[in-house]
Design a protein around this ligand. Structure first.
Ligand code: 6PG
Ligand code: NI
Length: 188
């Protein structure tokens, strides 16, 4: 009745976890997420893969843990760097740990009231996502940004409010620089 332990090697170049469940998110899966709709529709003709997730997940039970790598490709929609959808956990008090493997980017975090924080990430960076904070990763470089996430098996994903309202901050490139600016469309 005991589950067996698992040991796997993450391919540190590609982010692939052997035997993991693979999820692919293309630009068309991110409709309404980016500010610049013209740039979005233009790039939609190619419909590039924005990110892939390799997840090793358990039954949604209290006390158990999941882990997953994400490979977030480089790219921009207008001035905005490619990002993951971003979510609160369905059980909002569930925390999470991220570990940077390859490439460069960062994490936007946000409270339910819209207070946002930006944490730059690179290989070796550990990010603690506290309970109740929504989280989205952003690739600010021109190579894939790869990281590991470890999260409670019963955390779940709540995409709704981020899909509707977005984050109160945007991560953009301006004059060749990475900037974290206020989202002009943000409403309390
Ligand atoms: C999780 C993690 C992480 C995340 C992926 C894709 O809770 O499972 O935060 O694995 O799901 O990086 O990001 P989105 O789930 O926001 O699309
Ligand atoms: Ni999460």
């Amino acid at each position: 009745e005991y589950k067996l332990p698992i040991g796997v090697n993450i391919d540190l170049e590609t982010g692939v976890i052997p035997g993991a469940k693979k999820l692919v998110r293309r630009l068309s899966n991110l409709k309404g997420y980016f500010q610049d709709e013209d740039a979005y529709n233009e790039l939609l003709k190619e419909d590039p893969v924005v990110y892939e997730v390799y997840a090793v997940e358990q039954e949604e039970k209290d006390g158990d843990l999941n882990f997953a790598t994400t490979v977030l490709y480089p790219g921009k929609v207008g001035k905005e760097f490619f990002f993951t959808k971003g979510h609160f956990h369905a059980k909002a008090d569930r925390a999470e740990i991220y570990y940077g493997i390859k490439g460069k980017g960062g994490m936007l975090l946000q409270t339910p009231e819209g207070k946002a924080e930006w944490i730059p990430m690179g290989p070796g960076t550990v990010v603690y996502v506290p309970p109740y904070w929504a989280h989205r990763t952003v690739n600010t470089s021109d190579e894939p940004f790869i990281f590991l996430a470890i999260y409670p098996a019963d955390a779940g994903h709540d995409y709704g409010s981020i899909a509707e309202k977005g984050f109160s901050k945007l991560v953009i490139e301006e004059n060749g620089e990475v900037k974290v600016i206020d989202n002009p469309r943000w409403k309390e």
